[in-house]
Design a protein around this ligand. Structure first.
Ligand code: GLA
Length: 465
């Protein structure tokens, strides 16, 4: 049954097509001093993989994340069909540590993850990853490339910060890369690690929590927004060493390294050498302007990246704020935008509260298929403050996905012509509206659509090769 909203869209599309039939439309258009001793060279090429799909607790729960909440999400992914649609990675984010013990081993906060408490007094995520693997999920964990972690700088009031002495609170990977990667990928059997970088940015000697000796000082290798003042080579070499440490444990390169320097330290240039994905911006927030900003940073990263892929504008905010159940147009636009550039699709909402409308948006198979197709490089056809048009060739010869994005708060008309799409004047062209799943022929030279405020038209264009 079409919803009222989709019926309205259908009516509008029919109007658009009649307009197209009139055919008279014209085209518009750290360096860290005491880092790993001898870096092991990383030689294995990064596997080309479809963008990661899954769920991460940060946007919904910050450090208030428990095993129960995560399992409830996993069950919801299963029941709703979202896992079957591709959302397979369940990731832990910040907040899981209790401390780093004197022998170097990290201890898990078992009040949050009770299954981690083993009978012999040790802690292990193995029961947790085994449980999720048995449900056919992949599982991700989180750390920092420095000594300390983001929540210690940004969530000072969290009840879940690491405890103990200054040394015990150093739960980041610096100086412990080999042992931590053995723990994560050997003993605990995770499939992904997100490696944040606050430890390299937020623990300079001037910080109050460093001055009062809560945390040890580390001269920042990342100065946010100032690549000229950042130690780019130092940051890169730490991620290179970390990747090498992962490869030692998992030589088949079957795990994902998700780099999180928020676009800093020139990561768009080197991220692809070590990771499958790298963040291009600061954290997304659940509002339209923040979503656009993060999207733009990933679009800019495309040019710096050999395959154009891997640029990560951060987790999806579908289900939250400006993208909640009262804003389905915005939610569809957000999903379309992440799909057209092949960004990771990591849900960041409490899915147990989702209505079917939201499940249908995140789970739309047509849109996911575009996202997961890794054949081609995204290309911006045109872009201004109101309308942005982006295309990406897909693996089936003669096919491309095109997004016509209304970035503004007013209705707009958007047009793109055959030449801009690389189509000849006479070829027969089929247009498939990927949200409505309707197909029609392109008549004339120009595809024109009317777009509601903040609407994206995502279309599959097929032509005979
Ligand atoms: C940084 C990252 C976020 C999240 C938090 C956790 O801000 O960019 O995605 O992991 O840290 O503290």
């Amino acid at each position: 049954m079409p919803t009222d909203h989709s019926r309205a869209l259908l009516v509008r599309r029919k109007t658009v097509l009649s307009l197209m039939l009139l055919a008279a439309l014209t085209a518009a258009s750290v360096h860290a001093e005491e880092t790993a001793p001898t870096p092991v060279p990383h030689t294995a090429p990064i596997r080309q993989m479809a963008p990661t799909m899954g769920w991460n607790p940060w946007n919904a729960f910050r450090t208030e994340v428990t095993e129960d909440k995560i399992i409830a999400i996993a069950e919801t992914l299963n029941r709703s069909g979202l896992k079957a649609a591709g959302y397979r990675y369940i990731n832990i984010d910040d907040g899981w540590w209790l401390k780093r013990r004197a022998d170097g081993r990290i201890i898990i906060r078992t009040t949050m993850f009770p299954s981690a408490a083993l009978p012999d007094g040790e802690t292990s995520f193995r029961p947790f990853t085994d449980r999720l693997h048995a449900m056919n999920f992949k599982v991700g964990i989180y750390t920092d490339i420095g000594r300390n972690v983001c929540s210690q700088a940004w969530d000072a009031k969290s009840p879940n910060l690491p405890t103990g002495s200054q040394a015990e609170r150093e739960v980041g990977s610096m100086g412990h890369q080999t042992e931590d990667m053995r723990l994560f990928f050997g003993e605990w059997n995770f499939d992904l690690v997100k490696v944040d970088a606050c430890g390299l940015a937020d623990f300079g000697p001037d910080r109050p929590y460093v001055k009062n000796d809560t945390y040890r000082a580390l001269k920042p290798a990342i100065i946010r927004g100032r690549p000229d003042l950042s130690d780019i080579n130092g940051v890169e070499s730490l991620y290179r060493d970390l990747k090498a440490a992962i490869t030692q444990v998992r030589p088949n390169d079957d795990v994902i390294l998700s780099i999180c320097t928020w676009g800093e330290a020139d990561v768009a240039r080197w991220g692809h050498k070590y990771g499958q994905q790298w963040r291009t911006s600061a954290d997304i927030r659940a509002n339209w302007a923040s979503m656009l900003h993060n999207f733009d940073t990933a679009v800019s990263g495309i040019t710096a990246t050999p395959s154009g892929r891997g640029n990560d504008p951060d987790m999806l905010e579908i289900g939250n704020g400006d993208f909640d159940v009262r804003h389905l147009t915005e939610a569809r636009a957000h999903m379309s935008m992440w799909a057209i550039i092949g960004a990771p699709l990591i849900l960041g909402s409490d899915l147990t509260k989702w209505s079917q409308d939201l499940i249908d948006i995140a789970g739309n198979r047509n849109v996911i298929a575009v996202n997961q197709d890794i054949a081609g490089r995204p290309r911006v056809i045109s872009s201004d403050a109101r309308i942005q048009i982006i295309t990406r060739p897909l693996s089936t010869p003669g096919t491309q996905a095109v997004a016509l994005i209304n970035r503004g708060a007013n209705p707009q008309t958007a047009s793109v012509n055959r030449a801009q799409l690389g189509l000849t004047a006479t070829s027969e062209v089929t247009l498939r509206d990927l949200w409505l799943d309707t197909t029609q022929k392109l008549v004339g030279d120009v595809l024109t659509v009317t777009l509601a405020p903040r609407e994206t038209f995502l279309v599959l264009i097929t032509t005979q090769p």
